[in-house]
Write a protein that binds this ligand. Structure first.
Ligand code: ADP
Ligand code: MG
Ligand code: MG
Ligand code: MG
Length: 402
């Protein structure tokens, strides 16, 4: 144990953690370069490098509070344990898609992991107009494998229930319950949107059919312990390089409904799709990137179903696995719920507490408002039409139509 009790680390004390590991050469320890690179709302992220050998690692530490709308709320340090354990669990089935964990410390709420500074955060890559050929297959594989191997279709029921306990994450789930499934659908002070959107927002708050569907999605999120989820799979939790994808930041991991993660990925691609033309700096349009985004949505879902189906056929322990229609029903229900979850994510990223840079950094106010209205319309339509959209190309048609 490096410290007897928790204390927030700084660029000096973080070296005590690093020195207790066997990562850097002895001779490098006296002149390591340390920089805090996190955005500081929930966690500290230190980049520590030996500039001679270029070897580096990351120390991520949870803070005992979250800064929200200028205020500090207490927030459990247990999320650092969840993050470390989720990264290790994910590495059992998709080691190439997550950062390696070198060390973790529950007292300090610390995860020491592989440095991925040669990668870029996907949201930024998309806004800057880049595309990534391996992304769709990687995210489809990530979501399918982590889903199947954590589910009752594979695990012994005793083991599954142990895992549900281990990944019990009530405080972070409560944040999602409130910020994704509740606050944006009512007049709540955490909401954040320009006054010009009030009539669109009123439409959402007064749409009984919509609210009924959101209440069902929220109840699923609360009660369905189907698979181990990442829990926060937006494009800010994905690091990319030309042919490499790494999923980071699983502090929201918990057992929940199977469509939740891929829905968040799809929703964030849809939000980026809407904003593409507003970010084009030269007078060229971004139709080819928009086409890529829709193809990526399609291919990630297709990879999810193909990979899940293959694992099911080869490895399912479910006594009904061979019965015609059982897998198809599961996939169909998962798809329809994913459409609903994606709709909620699109709405909350537009009018809720935490926005996305894709829409918020649009320079011209009227253009920003135009696309935010489109986002609210699309989100509402997806939530209300979950059962009318029967396959992934119908979904991308709806996004194109927005
Ligand atoms: P938070 O939970 O506070 O959002 P993240 O895990 O998302 O923390 O990390 C915040 C930022 O720190 C990332 O956007 C990225 O810039 C940097 N970062 C996090 N993990 C790594 C890593 N393994 N390698 C390099 N940079 C990282
Ligand atoms: Mg952050
Ligand atoms: Mg993050
Ligand atoms: Mg996080």
């Amino acid at each position: 144990q490096i410290k007897p009790t928790y204390e927030p680390l700084n660029e000096v004390t973080v070296l005590e953690v690093v020195k207790a590991l066997d990562f850097f050469e002895e001779a490098a320890l006296s002149h390591l370069h340390v920089k805090e690179i996190g955005d500081g709302n929930l966690n500290l992220v230190f980049h520590i490098e030996d500039q001679a050998s270029k070897k580096a690692l990351i120390v991520k530490q949870a803070l005992p509070y979250a800064k929200v709308v200028g205020e500090s709320w207490p927030l459990t340090l247990d999320r650092a344990r969840i993050e470390s354990e989720a990264l290790l669990k994910e590495a059992e089935s998709v080691p190439h898609l997550v950062p390696k964990v070198y060390y973790s410390d529950r007292t300090l709420a610390v995860t020491v992991m592989e440095d991925l500074s040669d990668h870029l955060i996907l949201r930024k890559g998309f806004i800057d107009g880049h595309t990534y050929p391996a992304l769709a297959e990687d995210i489809g594989t990530f979501t399918a494998k982590t889903a199947f191997y954590s589910s009752d279709f594979y695990l012994h029921p005793f083991e599954k229930k142990e895992q549900v306990k281990r990944f019990s994450n009530p405080e972070l789930c409560k944040i999602t319950e409130d910020l994704v499934f509740t606050d944006p659908f009512f007049n709540h002070d955490t909401n954040d949107y320009p006054a010009e959107l009030q009539s669109e927002v009123d439409k959402i708050w007064n749409d009984t059919e919509l609210l009924r569907e959101v209440s069902k999605l929220r109840f699923s999120f609360l009660s369905k312990a189907e698979i181990l989820l990442h829990g926060d799979l937006h494009t800010g939790s994905i690091f990319v390089k030309e042919n490499s994808t790494k999923v980071i930041d699983p502090e929201f991991a918990f057992y929940g409904p199977a469509g939740f993660d891929i829905a968040h990925f799809i929703a964030n691609l849809a939000l980026n799709y809407l904003s593409q033309n507003a970010h084009a700096k030269e007078p060229f349009n971004r139709e080819s990137i928009q086409l890529y985004l829709l193809q990526t949505i399609e291919k990630s879902w297709d990879t999810f179903t193909e990979t899940f189906t293959q694992l099911w056929n080869e490895k399912s322990t479910d006594p009904y696995a061979h019965v015609d229609g059982v897998l198809e029903n599961f996939l169909q229900k998962t798809f329809q719920q994913a459409i609903g979850f994606a709709g909620c994510e699109i709405i909350r990223r537009t009018i809720g507490l935490a926005h996305v840079a894709d829409l918020d950094t649009i320079q011209q106010k009227d253009v920003e408002l135009f696309y935010k209205k489109k986002a609210l319309e699309l989100g509402s339509k997806l939530i209300k039409n979950q059962r009318n959209i029967t396959n992934i190309t119908e979904l991308t048609d709806w996004i194109r139509g927005a």
